[in-house]
Design a protein around this ligand. Structure first.
Ligand code: DGP
Length: 122
């Protein structure tokens, strides 16, 4: 699979507002926030979509949720609550083909999400 913009963020070729980093993952603020708090948690390992998660990647992918909750707690949104989303392929609204967990919070979020007019159907 080919390199994406997220590889350039991992390697610091392009800047991002990084909120957490360890050997396995990186978390940074979304450039186009959809909530008062919106950051992404990505694995450093390049995995294109949820469909490409291998059995040996399970620990890495689980780690992303642990990071999401840790950073959400540090940002003060964990108690009120937040949402994690991982989009997959075109119908899921995926635009960057390096898996990423969206973490959204800081306001009451609408549910179900598809009642909002999706940008890809405008
Ligand atoms: P998705 O549509 O689920 O693939 O989400 C991709 C997200 O990545 C989208 O919400 C915007 C964000 N994004 C894309 N390019 C950049 C970038 O260069 N920097 C940052 N911080 N976020 C980006």
């Amino acid at each position: 699979m080919s390199e994406t913009i997220f590889d350039k963020i991992i390697s610091r070729e392009i800047p991002a507002d990084i909120v957490y980093e360890d050997d396995i993952s990186l978390a940074f603020k979304d450039i186009n926030p959809q909530a008062p708090v919106h950051f992404l948690v990505i694995p450093k390992k390049r995995i294109a979509t949820i469909n490409d998660i291998a059995k040996e990647d399970r620990e890495v992918v689980g780690h992303l949720s642990w990071v999401a909750a840790k950073v959400a707690g540090e940002m003060g949104i964990a108690q009120e609550g937040f949402r994690t989303v991982m989009n997959c392929n075109e119908f899921g609204g995926q635009s960057v083909y390096h898996i990423h967990l969206h973490v959204l919070g800081g306001k009451l979020l609408g549910w179900p999400p598809y009642t909002d007019k999706p940008k890809n159907l405008e």
